[in-house]
Design a protein around this ligand. Sequence first.
Ligand SMILES: Cc1cc2nc3c(=O)[nH]c(=O)nc-3n(C[C@H](O)[C@H](O)[C@H](O)COP(=O)(O)OP(=O)(O)OC[C@H]3O[C@@H](n4cnc5c(N)ncnc54)[C@H](O)[C@@H]3O)c2cc1C
Length: 535
Amino acid sequence: MTETDVVIIGAGHNGLACAAYLAKAGLSVRALERRTVVGGAAVTEEFHPGFRNSVAAYTVSLLNPKVIRDLRLADHGLRIVERRAQNFLPAPDGSLLLTGEGRTSQSVAKLSAHDTEAISEFSRELEAIADVLRHFVLRAPPNLVEGFGAAALREAFNAAGSANMLRTLSMAQKRDLFDLFTRSAGEMLDERFENDLVKALFGFDAIVGNYASPYAAGSAYVMLHHAFGEVNGKKGVWGHAIGGMGAITQALAHAARGHGAEIETGASVREVIVEKDRAAGVILENGETIRARYVVSNVNPKLLYTRLVPAHALEADFLTRIKRWRNGSGTFRMNVALSALPSFSALPGDGDHLTAGIIIAPSLAYMDRAWHDARDLGWSREPVVEMLIPSTLDDSLAPPGLHVSSLFCQHVAPELPEGRSWDDHRDEVADLMIATVDKYAPGFAASVIGRQALTPLDLERDFGLLGGDIFHGALTLNQLFSARPMLGHADYRGPLKGLYHCGSGAHPGGGVTGAPGHNAAKVILADHRALFASR
Ligand SMILES: Cc1cc2nc3c(=O)[nH]c(=O)nc-3n(C[C@H](O)[C@H](O)[C@H](O)COP(=O)(O)OP(=O)(O)OC[C@H]3O[C@@H](n4cnc5c(N)ncnc54)[C@H](O)[C@@H]3O)c2cc1C
Protein backbone atom coordinates (compact mmCIF):
# COMPACT_ATOMS: atom_id res chain seq x y z
CA MET A 1 0.00 0.00 0.00
CA THR A 2 1.24 3.50 -0.83
CA GLU A 3 0.01 6.98 0.09
CA THR A 4 -0.19 10.19 -1.86
CA ASP A 5 -2.03 13.52 -1.64
CA VAL A 6 -3.86 13.03 -4.92
CA VAL A 7 -4.71 10.01 -7.02
CA ILE A 8 -6.17 10.64 -10.47
CA ILE A 9 -8.18 7.92 -12.21
CA GLY A 10 -7.26 8.20 -15.90
CA ALA A 11 -4.56 10.13 -17.71
CA GLY A 12 -6.61 11.67 -20.51
CA HIS A 13 -5.69 15.24 -21.34
CA ASN A 14 -7.85 16.56 -18.49
CA GLY A 15 -6.35 14.16 -15.93
CA LEU A 16 -2.90 15.23 -17.08
CA ALA A 17 -3.75 18.95 -16.92
CA CYS A 18 -5.18 18.48 -13.43
CA ALA A 19 -2.09 16.49 -12.38
CA ALA A 20 0.21 19.22 -13.69
CA TYR A 21 -1.61 22.04 -11.85
CA LEU A 22 -1.77 20.12 -8.56
CA ALA A 23 1.87 18.97 -8.72
CA LYS A 24 2.91 22.53 -9.60
CA ALA A 25 1.16 23.69 -6.42
CA GLY A 26 3.26 21.22 -4.40
CA LEU A 27 0.91 18.26 -3.89
CA SER A 28 2.12 14.71 -4.42
CA VAL A 29 0.17 13.34 -7.38
CA ARG A 30 -0.23 9.91 -8.97
CA ALA A 31 -2.16 9.64 -12.23
CA LEU A 32 -3.22 6.10 -13.16
CA GLU A 33 -3.96 5.21 -16.77
CA ARG A 34 -5.57 1.96 -17.85
CA ARG A 35 -4.14 2.05 -21.40
CA THR A 36 -0.48 1.61 -22.30
CA VAL A 37 -0.25 5.23 -23.46
CA VAL A 38 -1.38 8.43 -21.77
CA GLY A 39 -3.74 10.87 -23.47
CA GLY A 40 -7.14 9.17 -23.54
CA ALA A 41 -8.97 10.27 -26.68
CA ALA A 42 -6.13 12.66 -27.60
CA VAL A 43 -3.37 10.31 -28.74
CA THR A 44 -1.22 9.65 -31.80
CA GLU A 45 -0.65 6.01 -32.69
CA GLU A 46 0.65 3.94 -35.57
CA PHE A 47 -2.51 2.47 -37.13
CA HIS A 48 -0.86 0.94 -40.20
CA PRO A 49 2.87 0.16 -40.61
CA GLY A 50 4.66 3.48 -41.20
CA PHE A 51 1.47 5.59 -40.83
CA ARG A 52 0.65 7.49 -37.63
CA ASN A 53 -2.38 9.60 -36.89
CA SER A 54 -4.47 11.12 -34.14
CA VAL A 55 -6.59 8.01 -33.72
CA ALA A 56 -9.63 9.56 -32.00
CA ALA A 57 -9.71 13.38 -31.53
CA TYR A 58 -8.07 14.85 -34.59
CA THR A 59 -8.24 18.64 -34.70
CA VAL A 60 -7.46 21.50 -32.30
CA SER A 61 -9.22 24.72 -31.45
CA LEU A 62 -10.78 24.33 -28.04
CA LEU A 63 -7.52 23.79 -26.09
CA ASN A 64 -7.59 26.70 -23.70
CA PRO A 65 -4.87 29.32 -24.23
CA LYS A 66 -4.46 29.80 -20.45
CA VAL A 67 -3.72 26.10 -20.03
CA ILE A 68 -1.18 26.29 -22.87
CA ARG A 69 0.47 29.29 -21.19
CA ASP A 70 0.29 28.17 -17.54
CA LEU A 71 1.76 24.76 -18.26
CA ARG A 72 4.22 26.12 -20.85
CA LEU A 73 3.15 23.51 -23.36
CA ALA A 74 5.16 25.13 -26.16
CA ASP A 75 8.31 24.62 -24.05
CA HIS A 76 7.27 20.98 -23.74
CA GLY A 77 7.22 20.58 -27.50
CA LEU A 78 3.67 21.56 -28.53
CA ARG A 79 3.34 23.36 -31.86
CA ILE A 80 -0.05 24.07 -33.39
CA VAL A 81 -0.41 25.21 -36.99
CA GLU A 82 -3.44 26.64 -38.75
CA ARG A 83 -5.15 24.98 -41.67
CA ARG A 84 -4.55 26.95 -44.88
CA ALA A 85 -8.32 26.87 -45.49
CA GLN A 86 -10.84 26.23 -42.71
CA ASN A 87 -13.62 24.20 -44.35
CA PHE A 88 -14.34 22.80 -47.77
CA LEU A 89 -17.86 21.61 -48.60
CA PRO A 90 -18.31 19.97 -52.00
CA ALA A 91 -21.85 19.42 -53.31
CA PRO A 92 -23.00 16.64 -55.68
CA ASP A 93 -23.89 19.23 -58.36
CA GLY A 94 -20.26 20.40 -58.46
CA SER A 95 -20.77 23.61 -56.47
CA LEU A 96 -18.62 24.18 -53.39
CA LEU A 97 -17.97 26.34 -50.36
CA LEU A 98 -14.42 27.11 -49.23
CA THR A 99 -13.98 29.09 -46.01
CA GLY A 100 -11.05 30.66 -44.19
CA GLU A 101 -9.30 33.97 -43.73
CA GLY A 102 -9.89 36.12 -46.83
CA ARG A 103 -11.85 33.36 -48.62
CA THR A 104 -15.31 33.01 -47.08
CA SER A 105 -17.10 36.08 -48.53
CA GLN A 106 -15.78 35.44 -52.02
CA SER A 107 -16.83 31.80 -51.93
CA VAL A 108 -20.29 32.51 -50.43
CA ALA A 109 -20.85 35.29 -53.00
CA LYS A 110 -20.70 32.66 -55.76
CA LEU A 111 -23.55 30.81 -54.04
CA SER A 112 -25.84 33.56 -52.80
CA ALA A 113 -25.67 37.36 -52.63
CA HIS A 114 -28.10 37.28 -49.73
CA ASP A 115 -25.92 34.90 -47.72
CA THR A 116 -22.76 36.97 -48.23
CA GLU A 117 -24.28 39.66 -46.04
CA ALA A 118 -25.99 37.19 -43.72
CA ILE A 119 -22.87 35.14 -42.99
CA SER A 120 -20.90 38.19 -41.80
CA GLU A 121 -23.76 39.17 -39.53
CA PHE A 122 -24.24 35.65 -38.12
CA SER A 123 -20.49 35.19 -37.59
CA ARG A 124 -20.39 38.48 -35.65
CA GLU A 125 -23.42 37.37 -33.60
CA LEU A 126 -21.84 34.01 -32.73
CA GLU A 127 -18.46 35.58 -31.99
CA ALA A 128 -19.91 38.16 -29.57
CA ILE A 129 -21.68 35.42 -27.63
CA ALA A 130 -18.73 33.03 -27.77
CA ASP A 131 -16.57 35.85 -26.35
CA VAL A 132 -18.74 36.13 -23.26
CA LEU A 133 -19.07 32.37 -22.85
CA ARG A 134 -15.29 32.01 -23.02
CA HIS A 135 -15.25 33.66 -19.57
CA PHE A 136 -17.40 30.81 -18.25
CA VAL A 137 -15.12 28.10 -19.53
CA LEU A 138 -12.47 28.45 -16.85
CA ARG A 139 -14.74 28.78 -13.82
CA ALA A 140 -17.12 26.44 -12.04
CA PRO A 141 -20.73 27.19 -12.98
CA PRO A 142 -23.05 28.27 -10.18
CA ASN A 143 -23.74 25.17 -8.14
CA LEU A 144 -27.00 24.42 -6.35
CA VAL A 145 -26.47 23.72 -2.66
CA GLU A 146 -28.84 23.01 0.20
CA GLY A 147 -28.99 25.10 3.39
CA PHE A 148 -27.39 28.46 4.24
CA GLY A 149 -23.80 27.60 5.18
CA ALA A 150 -20.47 28.74 3.77
CA ALA A 151 -21.04 26.77 0.56
CA ALA A 152 -24.33 28.62 -0.06
CA LEU A 153 -22.57 31.95 0.43
CA ARG A 154 -19.78 30.95 -1.95
CA GLU A 155 -22.31 29.92 -4.58
CA ALA A 156 -24.30 33.15 -4.16
CA PHE A 157 -21.12 35.07 -5.04
CA ASN A 158 -20.47 32.73 -7.96
CA ALA A 159 -24.01 33.22 -9.31
CA ALA A 160 -23.68 37.00 -8.95
CA GLY A 161 -20.33 36.88 -10.79
CA SER A 162 -21.87 34.84 -13.60
CA ALA A 163 -24.85 37.19 -13.90
CA ASN A 164 -22.44 40.11 -14.00
CA MET A 165 -20.57 38.61 -16.95
CA LEU A 166 -23.82 38.26 -18.88
CA ARG A 167 -24.52 41.97 -18.31
CA THR A 168 -21.95 42.81 -20.98
CA LEU A 169 -24.42 41.43 -23.56
CA SER A 170 -27.09 43.73 -24.95
CA MET A 171 -30.74 42.66 -24.61
CA ALA A 172 -30.73 41.55 -28.27
CA GLN A 173 -27.62 39.43 -27.63
CA LYS A 174 -29.20 37.91 -24.52
CA ARG A 175 -32.15 36.88 -26.67
CA ASP A 176 -29.74 35.36 -29.20
CA LEU A 177 -28.00 33.52 -26.38
CA PHE A 178 -31.30 32.14 -25.14
CA ASP A 179 -32.10 30.97 -28.67
CA LEU A 180 -28.72 29.30 -28.98
CA PHE A 181 -29.29 27.38 -25.77
CA THR A 182 -32.77 26.23 -26.50
CA ARG A 183 -33.53 26.12 -30.22
CA SER A 184 -32.51 23.89 -33.09
CA ALA A 185 -29.61 24.93 -35.30
CA GLY A 186 -31.72 23.98 -38.33
CA GLU A 187 -34.46 26.49 -37.57
CA MET A 188 -31.99 29.29 -36.81
CA LEU A 189 -30.02 28.63 -40.00
CA ASP A 190 -33.12 28.37 -42.21
CA GLU A 191 -34.20 31.78 -40.90
CA ARG A 192 -30.88 33.40 -41.79
CA PHE A 193 -29.56 31.72 -44.94
CA GLU A 194 -30.84 30.52 -48.28
CA ASN A 195 -28.00 28.37 -49.62
CA ASP A 196 -27.72 24.72 -48.55
CA LEU A 197 -23.92 24.62 -48.31
CA VAL A 198 -23.82 27.75 -46.16
CA LYS A 199 -26.39 26.24 -43.80
CA ALA A 200 -24.46 22.95 -43.81
CA LEU A 201 -21.24 24.71 -42.81
CA PHE A 202 -22.77 25.72 -39.45
CA GLY A 203 -25.17 22.78 -39.27
CA PHE A 204 -22.31 20.29 -39.25
CA ASP A 205 -20.99 21.81 -35.98
CA ALA A 206 -24.45 21.28 -34.50
CA ILE A 207 -24.38 17.52 -35.10
CA VAL A 208 -20.71 16.69 -34.41
CA GLY A 209 -20.87 14.17 -31.60
CA ASN A 210 -24.56 14.98 -31.26
CA TYR A 211 -26.73 12.01 -32.19
CA ALA A 212 -29.67 14.15 -33.24
CA SER A 213 -31.18 15.88 -36.22
CA PRO A 214 -29.96 19.44 -36.84
CA TYR A 215 -33.66 20.24 -36.31
CA ALA A 216 -33.59 18.88 -32.72
CA ALA A 217 -34.09 21.49 -30.00
CA GLY A 218 -30.77 22.21 -28.28
CA SER A 219 -28.63 21.42 -31.34
CA ALA A 220 -27.85 25.15 -31.67
CA TYR A 221 -25.90 24.90 -28.39
CA VAL A 222 -23.64 22.18 -29.84
CA MET A 223 -22.91 24.53 -32.74
CA LEU A 224 -21.97 27.25 -30.24
CA HIS A 225 -19.80 24.80 -28.24
CA HIS A 226 -17.63 24.35 -31.33
CA ALA A 227 -17.20 28.12 -31.73
CA PHE A 228 -15.44 28.78 -28.37
CA GLY A 229 -11.99 27.93 -29.59
CA GLU A 230 -8.99 29.63 -31.12
CA VAL A 231 -5.63 28.78 -32.61
CA ASN A 232 -2.56 30.90 -31.92
CA GLY A 233 -4.79 33.82 -30.86
CA LYS A 234 -7.16 33.58 -33.85
CA LYS A 235 -10.69 33.06 -32.58
CA GLY A 236 -12.98 30.42 -34.03
CA VAL A 237 -10.16 28.90 -36.07
CA TRP A 238 -9.24 25.16 -36.14
CA GLY A 239 -5.72 23.84 -36.52
CA HIS A 240 -3.41 20.87 -36.27
CA ALA A 241 -0.93 19.86 -33.56
CA ILE A 242 2.32 18.81 -35.22
CA GLY A 243 2.77 15.14 -34.40
CA GLY A 244 -1.01 14.75 -33.96
CA MET A 245 -3.21 15.13 -30.89
CA GLY A 246 -0.76 12.95 -28.95
CA ALA A 247 1.64 15.89 -29.06
CA ILE A 248 -0.77 17.78 -26.78
CA THR A 249 -0.98 14.99 -24.21
CA GLN A 250 2.74 14.23 -24.39
CA ALA A 251 3.42 17.91 -23.64
CA LEU A 252 0.93 17.82 -20.75
CA ALA A 253 2.52 14.64 -19.35
CA HIS A 254 5.97 16.19 -19.67
CA ALA A 255 4.78 19.30 -17.84
CA ALA A 256 3.13 17.23 -15.09
CA ARG A 257 6.20 15.02 -14.60
CA GLY A 258 8.39 18.13 -14.59
CA HIS A 259 6.42 19.34 -11.57
CA GLY A 260 6.88 15.97 -9.87
CA ALA A 261 3.67 14.10 -10.75
CA GLU A 262 3.97 10.34 -11.19
CA ILE A 263 2.08 8.98 -14.19
CA GLU A 264 1.62 5.24 -14.60
CA THR A 265 0.26 3.42 -17.65
CA GLY A 266 -1.22 -0.08 -17.63
CA ALA A 267 -2.69 0.88 -14.23
CA SER A 268 -6.42 0.20 -14.30
CA VAL A 269 -8.47 1.27 -11.29
CA ARG A 270 -10.93 -1.39 -10.11
CA GLU A 271 -12.54 0.38 -7.18
CA VAL A 272 -12.64 3.62 -5.24
CA ILE A 273 -12.07 2.99 -1.54
CA VAL A 274 -14.81 4.60 0.56
CA GLU A 275 -14.50 4.99 4.33
CA LYS A 276 -17.17 6.80 6.35
CA ASP A 277 -18.62 8.80 3.40
CA ARG A 278 -15.14 9.72 2.24
CA ALA A 279 -13.16 8.60 -0.81
CA ALA A 280 -9.88 7.43 0.67
CA GLY A 281 -8.00 5.98 -2.30
CA VAL A 282 -8.25 3.37 -5.03
CA ILE A 283 -7.62 -0.32 -5.61
CA LEU A 284 -6.07 -1.31 -8.94
CA GLU A 285 -6.98 -4.36 -11.02
CA ASN A 286 -3.66 -5.90 -9.91
CA GLY A 287 -4.75 -5.55 -6.29
CA GLU A 288 -2.45 -2.65 -5.41
CA THR A 289 -3.98 -0.17 -2.96
CA ILE A 290 -3.17 3.53 -3.14
CA ARG A 291 -4.50 5.69 -0.35
CA ALA A 292 -5.01 9.38 -1.07
CA ARG A 293 -6.49 12.48 0.53
CA TYR A 294 -8.10 13.47 -2.78
CA VAL A 295 -9.44 11.03 -5.38
CA VAL A 296 -9.96 12.71 -8.74
CA SER A 297 -11.85 11.06 -11.59
CA ASN A 298 -11.02 11.73 -15.23
CA VAL A 299 -13.47 9.06 -16.43
CA ASN A 300 -17.07 9.34 -17.65
CA PRO A 301 -19.24 10.04 -14.56
CA LYS A 302 -21.54 7.10 -15.27
CA LEU A 303 -18.53 4.80 -15.47
CA LEU A 304 -17.23 6.19 -12.15
CA TYR A 305 -20.45 5.79 -10.23
CA THR A 306 -21.78 2.58 -11.72
CA ARG A 307 -18.51 0.62 -11.95
CA LEU A 308 -15.85 2.07 -9.64
CA VAL A 309 -17.62 3.52 -6.59
CA PRO A 310 -19.39 0.86 -4.51
CA ALA A 311 -23.17 1.31 -4.91
CA HIS A 312 -23.77 1.20 -1.14
CA ALA A 313 -21.64 4.34 -0.73
CA LEU A 314 -24.05 6.43 -2.83
CA GLU A 315 -27.49 7.78 -2.05
CA ALA A 316 -30.18 5.93 -3.97
CA ASP A 317 -31.42 9.11 -5.70
CA PHE A 318 -27.91 10.02 -6.87
CA LEU A 319 -27.31 6.52 -8.23
CA THR A 320 -30.68 6.42 -10.03
CA ARG A 321 -30.01 9.76 -11.69
CA ILE A 322 -26.45 9.02 -12.75
CA LYS A 323 -27.67 5.77 -14.34
CA ARG A 324 -29.84 8.01 -16.53
CA TRP A 325 -26.81 10.04 -17.70
CA ARG A 326 -27.15 10.06 -21.48
CA ASN A 327 -24.13 8.79 -23.40
CA GLY A 328 -23.90 7.99 -27.09
CA SER A 329 -22.65 10.59 -29.53
CA GLY A 330 -23.26 8.25 -32.48
CA THR A 331 -19.86 8.54 -34.11
CA PHE A 332 -17.73 6.20 -36.20
CA ARG A 333 -14.03 7.07 -36.59
CA MET A 334 -11.67 5.93 -39.32
CA ASN A 335 -7.98 6.46 -40.01
CA VAL A 336 -6.80 5.70 -43.51
CA ALA A 337 -3.38 5.39 -45.12
CA LEU A 338 -3.36 6.84 -48.64
CA SER A 339 -1.11 6.25 -51.62
CA ALA A 340 -2.21 9.60 -53.12
CA LEU A 341 -4.10 12.76 -52.25
CA PRO A 342 -7.80 12.74 -53.19
CA SER A 343 -9.02 14.83 -56.09
CA PHE A 344 -12.54 16.22 -55.62
CA SER A 345 -14.86 16.60 -58.62
CA ALA A 346 -15.92 20.03 -57.31
CA LEU A 347 -12.30 21.24 -57.06
CA PRO A 348 -9.88 18.82 -58.73
CA GLY A 349 -6.21 18.48 -57.85
CA ASP A 350 -4.03 19.59 -54.94
CA GLY A 351 -4.58 22.87 -53.10
CA ASP A 352 -5.26 24.54 -49.76
CA HIS A 353 -8.73 22.97 -49.64
CA LEU A 354 -7.01 19.65 -48.84
CA THR A 355 -5.71 21.14 -45.55
CA ALA A 356 -9.30 22.02 -44.53
CA GLY A 357 -11.99 20.15 -42.67
CA ILE A 358 -13.72 18.61 -45.69
CA ILE A 359 -17.40 18.22 -44.90
CA ILE A 360 -19.44 15.69 -46.83
CA ALA A 361 -22.94 16.69 -45.82
CA PRO A 362 -24.18 19.17 -48.41
CA SER A 363 -27.42 20.23 -46.72
CA LEU A 364 -29.34 20.21 -43.44
CA ALA A 365 -31.87 17.86 -45.08
CA TYR A 366 -29.01 15.40 -45.78
CA MET A 367 -28.02 15.51 -42.07
CA ASP A 368 -31.63 15.10 -40.97
CA ARG A 369 -32.06 12.08 -43.25
CA ALA A 370 -28.79 10.62 -41.97
CA TRP A 371 -30.10 10.75 -38.42
CA HIS A 372 -33.47 9.21 -39.29
CA ASP A 373 -31.70 6.43 -41.21
CA ALA A 374 -29.43 5.70 -38.28
CA ARG A 375 -32.42 5.48 -35.93
CA ASP A 376 -34.06 2.93 -38.25
CA LEU A 377 -31.13 0.99 -39.67
CA GLY A 378 -28.17 1.63 -37.33
CA TRP A 379 -26.30 3.86 -39.78
CA SER A 380 -27.12 6.23 -42.63
CA ARG A 381 -27.39 5.20 -46.24
CA GLU A 382 -25.76 8.53 -47.12
CA PRO A 383 -23.57 9.27 -44.10
CA VAL A 384 -22.13 12.54 -42.83
CA VAL A 385 -18.33 12.43 -43.04
CA GLU A 386 -15.75 15.03 -42.09
CA MET A 387 -12.40 14.30 -43.64
CA LEU A 388 -9.03 15.77 -42.69
CA ILE A 389 -5.70 15.06 -44.29
CA PRO A 390 -3.25 16.13 -41.56
CA SER A 391 -0.24 14.95 -43.56
CA THR A 392 -0.78 18.01 -45.80
CA LEU A 393 0.33 20.11 -42.82
CA ASP A 394 2.61 17.67 -40.99
CA ASP A 395 5.18 15.44 -42.70
CA SER A 396 5.87 13.44 -39.52
CA LEU A 397 2.79 11.23 -39.96
CA ALA A 398 3.28 9.33 -43.22
CA PRO A 399 6.22 8.17 -45.38
CA PRO A 400 7.32 10.74 -47.99
CA GLY A 401 4.80 11.16 -50.80
CA LEU A 402 2.09 9.23 -48.92
CA HIS A 403 -0.70 10.56 -46.71
CA VAL A 404 -2.96 9.89 -43.75
CA SER A 405 -6.55 10.93 -43.44
CA SER A 406 -9.02 11.09 -40.56
CA LEU A 407 -12.65 10.35 -41.31
CA PHE A 408 -15.04 11.44 -38.60
CA CYS A 409 -18.42 9.96 -39.46
CA GLN A 410 -21.62 11.07 -37.73
CA HIS A 411 -24.94 9.44 -37.10
CA VAL A 412 -24.38 5.80 -36.43
CA ALA A 413 -26.46 4.24 -33.67
CA PRO A 414 -24.54 3.88 -30.37
CA GLU A 415 -26.23 0.48 -30.12
CA LEU A 416 -27.50 -1.26 -33.23
CA PRO A 417 -31.19 -2.14 -33.55
CA GLU A 418 -32.42 -5.71 -32.97
CA GLY A 419 -29.51 -6.57 -30.69
CA ARG A 420 -27.01 -6.70 -33.58
CA SER A 421 -23.35 -6.22 -32.63
CA TRP A 422 -21.05 -3.57 -34.07
CA ASP A 423 -18.41 -6.33 -34.25
CA ASP A 424 -20.40 -7.85 -37.12
CA HIS A 425 -20.87 -4.61 -39.07
CA ARG A 426 -17.57 -2.71 -38.67
CA ASP A 427 -16.21 -3.51 -42.15
CA GLU A 428 -19.50 -3.01 -43.94
CA VAL A 429 -19.90 0.48 -42.47
CA ALA A 430 -16.21 1.32 -43.04
CA ASP A 431 -16.67 0.39 -46.73
CA LEU A 432 -19.71 2.68 -46.88
CA MET A 433 -17.72 5.61 -45.45
CA ILE A 434 -14.93 5.12 -47.99
CA ALA A 435 -17.49 4.79 -50.82
CA THR A 436 -19.16 8.02 -49.65
CA VAL A 437 -15.91 9.97 -49.96
CA ASP A 438 -15.24 8.26 -53.29
CA LYS A 439 -18.51 9.67 -54.71
CA TYR A 440 -17.14 13.18 -54.23
CA ALA A 441 -13.50 12.32 -54.95
CA PRO A 442 -13.44 9.47 -57.50
CA GLY A 443 -10.35 7.31 -57.05
CA PHE A 444 -10.23 7.82 -53.29
CA ALA A 445 -11.23 4.22 -52.52
CA ALA A 446 -8.48 2.88 -54.77
CA SER A 447 -5.89 5.03 -52.96
CA VAL A 448 -6.61 3.46 -49.53
CA ILE A 449 -3.71 1.18 -48.60
CA GLY A 450 -4.55 0.68 -44.93
CA ARG A 451 -7.37 1.52 -42.57
CA GLN A 452 -8.51 1.47 -38.97
CA ALA A 453 -12.22 1.65 -38.13
CA LEU A 454 -13.57 2.43 -34.67
CA THR A 455 -17.25 1.80 -34.01
CA PRO A 456 -19.01 3.20 -30.92
CA LEU A 457 -18.33 -0.18 -29.30
CA ASP A 458 -14.60 0.08 -30.07
CA LEU A 459 -14.51 3.61 -28.63
CA GLU A 460 -16.04 2.24 -25.44
CA ARG A 461 -13.75 -0.80 -25.23
CA ASP A 462 -10.50 0.92 -26.24
CA PHE A 463 -10.91 4.35 -24.65
CA GLY A 464 -13.46 3.83 -21.85
CA LEU A 465 -15.91 6.14 -23.66
CA LEU A 466 -19.26 4.72 -22.55
CA GLY A 467 -21.64 4.28 -25.48
CA GLY A 468 -18.77 5.61 -27.62
CA ASP A 469 -19.63 9.09 -26.32
CA ILE A 470 -16.86 11.44 -27.39
CA PHE A 471 -17.89 14.08 -24.82
CA HIS A 472 -18.38 11.80 -21.73
CA GLY A 473 -22.09 12.61 -21.95
CA ALA A 474 -24.37 14.42 -24.38
CA LEU A 475 -24.18 18.20 -24.50
CA THR A 476 -27.90 18.63 -23.88
CA LEU A 477 -29.29 21.39 -21.71
CA ASN A 478 -30.10 18.92 -18.90
CA GLN A 479 -26.40 17.85 -18.87
CA LEU A 480 -24.70 21.25 -19.16
CA PHE A 481 -23.38 24.00 -16.87
CA SER A 482 -24.87 23.67 -13.36
CA ALA A 483 -26.28 20.26 -14.33
CA ARG A 484 -22.98 18.72 -15.44
CA PRO A 485 -22.74 16.02 -14.22
CA MET A 486 -25.70 16.67 -11.90
CA LEU A 487 -27.37 19.59 -10.13
CA GLY A 488 -25.55 19.99 -6.82
CA HIS A 489 -22.24 18.62 -8.17
CA ALA A 490 -21.27 21.13 -10.85
CA ASP A 491 -18.42 22.45 -8.69
CA TYR A 492 -16.18 19.44 -9.48
CA ARG A 493 -16.94 17.96 -6.03
CA GLY A 494 -18.58 14.53 -6.05
CA PRO A 495 -21.16 13.26 -3.56
CA LEU A 496 -18.43 11.81 -1.29
CA LYS A 497 -15.91 13.93 0.60
CA GLY A 498 -12.53 13.88 -1.09
CA LEU A 499 -13.96 12.82 -4.48
CA TYR A 500 -13.68 15.17 -7.47
CA HIS A 501 -14.48 15.19 -11.22
CA CYS A 502 -11.84 16.49 -13.64
CA GLY A 503 -12.98 14.99 -16.98
CA SER A 504 -15.24 16.01 -19.83
CA GLY A 505 -18.30 14.87 -17.88
CA ALA A 506 -17.81 18.06 -15.83
CA HIS A 507 -18.26 21.66 -17.00
CA PRO A 508 -17.61 22.84 -19.70
CA GLY A 509 -17.91 19.40 -21.29
CA GLY A 510 -16.16 17.58 -24.09
CA GLY A 511 -13.45 18.52 -26.49
CA VAL A 512 -9.72 18.81 -26.00
CA THR A 513 -9.97 21.93 -23.84
CA GLY A 514 -8.03 21.20 -20.63
CA ALA A 515 -10.74 23.25 -18.91
CA PRO A 516 -12.30 20.62 -16.58
CA GLY A 517 -8.78 19.59 -15.50
CA HIS A 518 -7.83 23.21 -14.81
CA ASN A 519 -11.07 24.00 -12.97
CA ALA A 520 -11.02 20.84 -10.85
CA ALA A 521 -7.44 21.55 -9.76
CA LYS A 522 -8.50 25.03 -8.63
CA VAL A 523 -11.31 23.61 -6.47
CA ILE A 524 -9.09 20.89 -4.97
CA LEU A 525 -6.43 23.45 -4.10
CA ALA A 526 -9.06 25.70 -2.50
CA ASP A 527 -10.27 22.75 -0.37
CA HIS A 528 -6.68 21.85 0.49
CA ARG A 529 -5.92 25.38 1.67
CA ALA A 530 -9.17 25.52 3.66
CA LEU A 531 -8.29 22.21 5.35
CA PHE A 532 -4.92 23.50 6.51
CA ALA A 533 -6.26 26.93 7.46
CA SER A 534 -8.81 25.23 9.74
CA ARG A 535 -6.13 23.26 11.60
C1 LIG B 1 -13.49 9.88 -32.15
C2 LIG B 1 -13.34 11.18 -31.41
C3 LIG B 1 -13.09 12.34 -32.11
C4 LIG B 1 -12.97 13.54 -31.43
N1 LIG B 1 -12.58 14.66 -32.10
C5 LIG B 1 -12.25 15.77 -31.41
C6 LIG B 1 -11.55 16.84 -32.04
O1 LIG B 1 -11.18 16.74 -33.21
N2 LIG B 1 -11.26 17.94 -31.31
C7 LIG B 1 -11.60 18.05 -29.99
O2 LIG B 1 -11.32 19.08 -29.36
N3 LIG B 1 -12.23 17.03 -29.35
C8 LIG B 1 -12.53 15.89 -30.02
N4 LIG B 1 -13.08 14.82 -29.39
C9 LIG B 1 -13.49 14.96 -27.98
C10 LIG B 1 -12.30 14.90 -27.05
O3 LIG B 1 -11.31 14.07 -27.57
C11 LIG B 1 -12.70 14.37 -25.67
O4 LIG B 1 -13.83 15.09 -25.20
C12 LIG B 1 -11.55 14.56 -24.69
O5 LIG B 1 -10.33 14.08 -25.24
C13 LIG B 1 -11.83 13.85 -23.39
O6 LIG B 1 -10.74 14.09 -22.53
P1 LIG B 1 -10.75 13.65 -21.02
O7 LIG B 1 -9.37 13.86 -20.49
O8 LIG B 1 -11.84 14.35 -20.30
O9 LIG B 1 -11.13 12.11 -21.05
P2 LIG B 1 -10.48 10.88 -21.82
O10 LIG B 1 -9.62 11.34 -22.93
O11 LIG B 1 -11.59 9.97 -22.14
O12 LIG B 1 -9.54 10.24 -20.73
C14 LIG B 1 -10.01 9.39 -19.72
C15 LIG B 1 -8.93 8.39 -19.46
O13 LIG B 1 -9.33 7.52 -18.39
C16 LIG B 1 -8.83 6.22 -18.70
N5 LIG B 1 -9.55 5.24 -17.90
C17 LIG B 1 -10.83 4.78 -18.08
N6 LIG B 1 -11.14 3.90 -17.12
C18 LIG B 1 -10.06 3.80 -16.32
C19 LIG B 1 -9.78 3.04 -15.15
N7 LIG B 1 -10.68 2.20 -14.61
N8 LIG B 1 -8.55 3.17 -14.58
C20 LIG B 1 -7.62 4.01 -15.10
N9 LIG B 1 -7.85 4.74 -16.22
C21 LIG B 1 -9.06 4.66 -16.81
C22 LIG B 1 -9.06 6.10 -20.19
O14 LIG B 1 -8.27 5.07 -20.74
C23 LIG B 1 -8.65 7.49 -20.66
O15 LIG B 1 -7.29 7.56 -20.97
C24 LIG B 1 -13.15 13.59 -30.03
C25 LIG B 1 -13.36 12.41 -29.33
C26 LIG B 1 -13.45 11.21 -30.00
C27 LIG B 1 -13.62 9.93 -29.24
